[in-house]
Write a protein that binds this ligand. Structure first.
Ligand SMILES: Cc1cc2nc3c(=O)[nH]c(=O)nc-3n(C[C@H](O)[C@H](O)[C@H](O)COP(=O)(O)O)c2cc1C
Length: 245
């Protein structure tokens, strides 16, 4: 393993930070590193909102289900999928505005996620820690109003960054064979390995240094997807101009 792979594989989300600020030049480098990610057809369909207003941080933390680290983090960024510049470039080029296509929603969301993960890695390479905040989609209209997001822009998730005070142990991932298939999808093989992984995760959850739980990956995941259906999302996305066709 080289040092980049070592860094990647030592990731764990950080939710507890010291009071130290992040220098603006370092923040800019992190965002630039995010921008270096690949981009579908080079549309660069994302924007990042740096939230410094204390009241907005409070409102968004609340909207995300009371996640205190949104307030305490040195930086809180909202990563948006942004098709608004693409509308303008279509107008400028004298071609039809293309709004609401599912394909463009996917392209913008993937662009935003790749950019955000590059930011996370850049931040971690500088000794910072962070956590993504999908909880902002509990109340996306609150975030949209706080940040004055226009149509063709939607908040995908947040990113808290700060100097780590505390770091959890790395969470074991599936064995490579569960996610890497040879030639064809091998469903049966995967099930046995997921059963073994459940045991490994049960050990991890019961023995980690904080927030110990009596659960495993399957139980935890089933509960997470049941609890986070966010059925308001389709109507919200359509109101922002996405997913209409
Ligand atoms: C898109 C996305 C949204 C997330 N949302 C939250 C969140 O709202 N709150 C939180 O504490 N962690 C959140 N997480 C962090 C995950 O819980 C975490 O990545 C996962 O449990 C794996 O743990 P690790 O990052 O420490 O390896 C999110 C992660 C991703 C990728």
């Amino acid at each position: 393993m080289n040092t980049v792979m070592q860094l990647m594989q030592s990731h764990s989300s950080v939710r507890s930070y010291t009071n130290r600020e992040i220098e603006k030049s370092l923040l800019d480098s992190i965002v630039q590193s995010g921008q270096a990610a690949s981009s579908s057809s080079f549309i660069q369909a994302y924007s990042v909102i740096r939230v410094t207003d204390g009241q907005n941080r409070e409102s968004i933390a609340q909207a995300a289900g009371g996640q205190g680290w949104v307030i305490k983090a040195a930086e809180f960024l909202v990563i948006c999928a942004d098709m608004s510049r693409i509308q303008t470039c279509c107008e400028k080029s004298g071609v039809e505005r293309l709004e609401g296509f599912a394909e463009h929603f996917i392209a913008a969301t993937v662009d935003a996620a790749l950019m955000a993960q590059n930011m996370m890695l850049a931040a971690e390479s500088a000794g910072l820690g962070g956590v993504f905040i999908g909880g902002i989609r509990n109340a996306p209209e609150v975030v949209t109003e706080c940040l004055q997001l226009p149509e063709q822009v939607y908040p995908v998730f947040g990113l808290c960054l700060g100097w780590p005070e505390d770091k959890m142990a790395v969470k074991p991932r599936f064995p490579v064979d569960v996610v890497l298939h040879q030639d064809v999808y091998q469903f049966a093989k995967v099930q046995d390995q997921v059963d073994e992984y459940d045991q490994q995760m049960a050990d991890y959850y019961s023995s980690r240094q904080a927030n110990t739980k009596n659960t495993n990956w399957s139980l935890q995941t089933a509960s997470a997807v049941q609890g986070k259906k966010r059925q308001h999302m389709l109507a919200f996305l359509q109101a922002q101009g996405f997913l209409k066709r």
